[in-house]
Design a protein around this ligand. Structure first.
Ligand SMILES: Nc1ncnc2c1ncn2[C@@H]1O[C@H](COP(=O)(O)OP(=O)(O)O)[C@@H](O)[C@H]1O
Ligand code: SF4
Ligand SMILES: [Mg+2]
Length: 347
């Protein structure tokens, strides 16, 4: 395998709050390889966005602070890079797409002006006219109808889906090596979601940027990711390629996420939500922080007392579970339970 374009190593990000220190990202490590789409998935509050914001140097301090780790972009640590240089990297080498385009689009500048500005910031010799031509090309590429007219409109004059397309255009304007998309379609209607994801996919293919797709939706992961990082309570609990994750998850939390996926063939919104609540990040449960919700643990002491490391589970996959070898059998049990329930509900 080629060397990673981005390596997160032992990243730890905290927030100091009146209630205590929130351990939002806790010793997180993973690699992003050129050209791949890495899916980062987990329930709300698991530390996905804080990881992205840490990579981008956008953690506000206070209340936030990065207390450990390295973020290596082509071998250079973003955490120790001068702010000016990091700002230049953001928007050229690293493109970003957020859930709410209004957080990255400036409301008082036209969409075209913003894309042009991104282009000219990167290439200072580019003329205004050349930037306009390129920006219109980009808007065309992301499927914005009447791109010439749209160029001169303000973000609020665009629908949510159009704004998201404009943000994708801006993110890929300078052919980034890395694209970070954090819940890029969560705020959109389902039909628009599919269109915007298609645009993102095309944009990714055109630029061949390695992409980090952050989502709480395992369905999106199945469709778009090559490899998957599963986060729980600020930690990575499983890493594997997308086929292995779905065919044979090795962490009980991943199994729980899978069995709570909505199914189109069944008239039930959520089949089997994971019982209990996400952990309190100020006061994590001792041992494995998933133990209060885990159906594999069966109350075993090891789960309550020892933090599981990310064990190698073969084929480059890893899972932070003391009993990961029991997960396949549990998956069979879950399938039988679901089958029985569906049978008795007449579905
Ligand atoms: N500015 C902040 N102050 C305090 N806590 C924060 C702040 N930003 C994020 N957090 C906490 O960090 C945790 C992880 O958040 P986040 O990364 O946004 O989760 P998600 O996986 O849903 O993207 C959450 O518990 C959240 O409340
Ligand atoms: S270590 Fe124990 S509690 Fe944690 S996921 Fe594995 S079986 Fe469940
Ligand atoms: Mg988030």
């Amino acid at each position: 395998m080629s060397s990673p374009v981005l390596s997160v190593r032992g990243l730890t990000t905290e927030f100091v709050t009146p209630a205590g220190v929130v351990k939002a990202v806790n010793d997180v490590s993973w690699d992003l390889f050129p050209g791949e789409t890495l899916g980062v998935v987990g329930e709300s509050g698991s530390g996905k966005s804080v990881t992205a914001m840490s990579i981008l140097g956008l953690i506000q301090s206070p209340p936030g602070r990065i207390t450990g780790g390295e973020i290596l972009f082509e071998g250079r640590d973003l955490l120790t890079m001068p702010t000016k240089e990091l700002r230049r990297l953001r928007g050229s080498e690293i493109g970003m797409i957020f859930q709410d385009p209004m957080t990255s689009l400036n409301p008082v500048l036209t969409v075209g002006a913003q894309i042009s500005e991104a282009l000219r910031l990167h290439d200072r010799k580019m003329s205004k006219d050349a930037a306009r031509t390129r920006a219109v090309e980009l808007l065309t590429m992301v499927g914005v109808p009447n791109p010439e007219g749209r160029f001169d409109q303000y973000p609020h004059e665009h629908s949510g889906g159009m704004r998201q397309r404009a943000m994708i255009a801006m993110a890929i304007a300078n052919d980034p090596k890395v694209l970070i998309a954090d819940e890029p379609t969560t705020a959109l209607d389902v039909t628009i979601q599919a269109q915007v994801l298609d645009v993102l996919k095309t944009a990714k293919e055109r630029t061949n940027a390695a992409t980090i797709l952050i989502t709480h939706d395992l369905g999106l992961i199945a469709e778009h990711a090559d490899r998957v990082v599963v986060m729980y309570g600020g930690k990575v609990v499983e890493v594997a390629d997308v086929f292995s994750i779905f065919a044979a998850p090795r962490h009980p939390y991943t199994l729980g996420l899978m069995s709570s996926l909505p199914r189109l063939d069944v008239d039930l919104a959520r089949l089997d939500p994971i019982p209990g609540a996400p952990p309190n990040l100020i006061d994590l449960p001792p041992g494995c922080s998933f133990h209060p919700r885990c159906r594999v643990s069966k109350g075993r002491e090891l789960c309550r007392t020892e933090v599981p490391p990310l064990y190698d589970t073969g084929n480059g996959a890893r899972a932070a579970c003391h009993f990961s070898e029991e997960v396949p059998a549990e998956m069979a049990v879950v399938s039988r339970e679901m089958g029985a329930r569906l049978g008795s509900s007449g579905a």
